[in-house]
Design a protein around this ligand. Structure first.
Ligand code: UDP
Ligand code: MG
Length: 139
């Protein structure tokens, strides 16, 4: 099934100049980049993006981190893109991530884990729409 998923190269990765390295991995794994842009969001915009976590203890810190510098957001397309992208990212905690995954290789800690990926079709639809309009898509 051809799917679309939202990827974010988080502010920790952008500031460490890992953007190109991470995008290269998306392409090597066969994802097509339909849309890409570099933006910095406000803390309230980050809170809205992560609204599902609003009751979690890490919510405030997470929103501050995501608003703390520019990020690169992308729409990736490919076969079973949502799960394949999550597999390429690795577990949330870099210390528990499988060898060869992006988070294992570049993540610092459970918050500063360098990348985001949608975890379901529903979240992909919300997250892509949060950052991109249809006009920004280039097949
Ligand atoms: N996070 C955190 N502490 C935690 C769990 C998550 O700071 O105990 C951060 C981390 O940056 C993570 C994001 O919150 O990527 C969203 O958490 P989620 O459980 O959705 O993990 P993901 O889907 O990103 O693997
Ligand atoms: Mg998540």
């Amino acid at each position: 099934m051809i799917e679309r998923t939202l990827a974010i190269i988080k502010p920790d990765a952008v500031s460490r100049q890992l953007t190109g390295e991470i995008i290269k991995r998306y392409e090597l794994h066969g994802f097509k980049i339909l849309a890409v842009k570099k933006i910095q969001i406000t803390k309230s915009q980050a809170e809205c993006f992560y609204y599902v976590h609003k009751q979690r203890p890490f919510f405030e810190s997470l929103a501050g981190f995501m608003a703390g510098g520019p990020m690169v957001v992308l729409v990736l397309e490919g076969k079973d893109a949502i799960k394949r992208h999550r597999d390429l990212m690795g577990a949330t905690n870099p210390k528990e991530a499988a060898p060869g995954t992006i988070r294992k290789e570049f993540g610092t800690d459970i918050e500063h884990n360098v990348v985001h990926g949608s975890d379901s079709r529903e979240s992909a639809q919300f997250e892509i729409g949060y950052f991109f309009s249809g006009l920004e898509f280039q097949p």
